[in-house]
Write a new protein. Structure first.
Length: 420
């Protein structure tokens, strides 16, 4: 955790018993997603009720900017110094509706900030002073600063403070990082030539990849205009040109791309089950993941979901690509293979399950895989273990499916090859 410098969504710390939160290098929380649609930083109930210990220090000494959302720190029985922080300097939009610091944290025995901290600190020592980068700035500064004078303003593209006035002096970027310089947008694919009155190809163009400008997208992502995306929009289809996967408008009806588990319309789903299996009819591509857990295969009485009809798993015979991962931890006992995926060609690994793009675990009824069309696993590792009757796994040259040299295979504790 000490290496984390930026969080795109929110930070939630709740119901823990450790003394210190080791996020010392966290500089910026972007708040693209918020806890309870309101907070970018939420810290509460971090103590043991039947003991005398819990969270005492936040350790966020380099946190200088929260771009969106507020702060909620409450009911941390032993937490010190949280009420000394000038949160208005950190939160970009410190409206009363989103900035909440409830003072039911620790107070007795906390001690004071070091005398050099002028009463604002994350901890008791000199190196835990809060650095103010906004409320102390000259009125002429657009955002943050590294000193109180007009000449000390940070560049307007900086986030989280800076060490100087240039766009290369930022601690973090408001929008995009282009080789160390903070920019409003990445160099575009085409630029306008005012002399010829035409758009011309920009040889210095870069793609947007998260908050960075890159010369090429990661191999397991797809290019849409000038951006690296996980999936093409519904009006486009994925094609490969000169070894690069790109989104192109469909000339006729697009191949059917469907949301996977944990994506889009199935964002809250945990597994393929009888309530969502029909959403995969005629799908050729799964944008996201396919997950098979016991609550999906055998039913979930708690949520009134019936066991899945094994025949319905045949909907996956049309699937050619899964952009995320395939996770099989449960399967109907009367099905001895995964032939419903016999037309699956690619597992993209754009999202991974604990570093894995293919997981098959403890399926005692499975005797063979039947992935005969599988040609590529673009990213992530393979984990096929504890399937006591599984054969023929040893006849596959798994490394030929990989796209990078750092992908790994763990295949063990299946049926011995000599008994197959």
């Amino acid at each position: 955790m000490e290496s984390i410098r930026e969080v795109t969504g929110y930070v939630l710390v709740a119901l823990n018993q450790f003394r210190y939160l080791p996020l010392e290098n966290l500089r910026i929380i972007r708040g693209t997603k918020l806890y309870e649609d309101r907070y970018a930083l939420a810290i509460f109930l971090n103590y043991r009720k039947d003991g005398n210990f819990g969270l005492q220090e936040l350790g966020l000494k380099n946190l200088t900017e929260i771009l969106n959302g507020g702060v909620y720190v409450d009911q941390n029985k032993f937490l010190c110094y949280a009420d000394t922080i000038h949160w208005q300097d950190i939160v970009r939009n410190p409206w009363p509706s989103n900035l909440t610091l409830v003072s039911t944290n620790g107070s007795s025995g906390c001690g004071r900030c070091h005398k050099s901290c002028t009463g604002r600190c994350w901890g008791p020592t000199e190196n835990h002073c809060q650095t103010l980068t906004r409320t102390v700035c000259a009125e002429q500064c657009d955002g943050r600063c590294y000193g109180p004078y007009v000449s000390d303003c940070c560049h307007r593209e900086c986030a989280g403070g800076c060490s100087g006035p240039k766009d290369t002096d930022c601690f973090a970027c408001m929008n995009f990082n282009d080789s160390g310089a903070c920019v409003t947008q990445c160099p575009q694919t085409f630029v306008y030539n005012p002399t010829t009155f035409q758009l011309e190809h920009n040889f210095n163009a870069k793609y947007t990849y998260g908050a960075f400008c890159v010369k090429k997208c990661p191999h397991n992502f797809v290019v849409d205009s000038s951006s690296c995306v996980r999936a093409c929009p519904s009006s486009k289809m994925e094609v490969e040109e000169n070894g690069i996967k790109m989104c192109k408008p469909c000339t006729d009806i697009c191949p059917k791309a469907c949301d996977g588990i944990g994506t889009g319309s199935l964002m809250s789903a945990q597994t393929v089950d009888s309530s969502n299996i029909d959403k995969f009819i005629n799908c050729t591509k799964i944008n996201g993941n396919l997950i098979f857990l016991v609550t999906g295969i055998h039913g979930d009485p708690y949520n009134a979901i019936e066991a899945i009809d094994p025949e319905k798993l045949n909907v996956f015979r049309t699937v050619r690509e899964i952009t995320g991962f395939l996770n099989i931890q449960s399967w109907p006992p009367n099905m001895t293979d995964f032939s419903v995926f016999s037309n699956l060609v690619t597992i993209g690994g754009r999202v991974l399950y604990s570093g894995l793009s293919l997981l098959i675990l403890k399926q005692q009824g499975i005797t063979s895989l039947q992935f005969q069309s599988l040609k590529e696993i673009s990213a992530g590792n393979i984990y096929i273990t504890d399937n006591s009757n599984l054969c023929y796994y040893h006849t596959i040259n798994w490394t030929t499916l990989f796209s990078t040299i750092n992908q790994r295979i763990v295949i063990r504790d299946n049926r011995k090859a000599e008994n197959c």
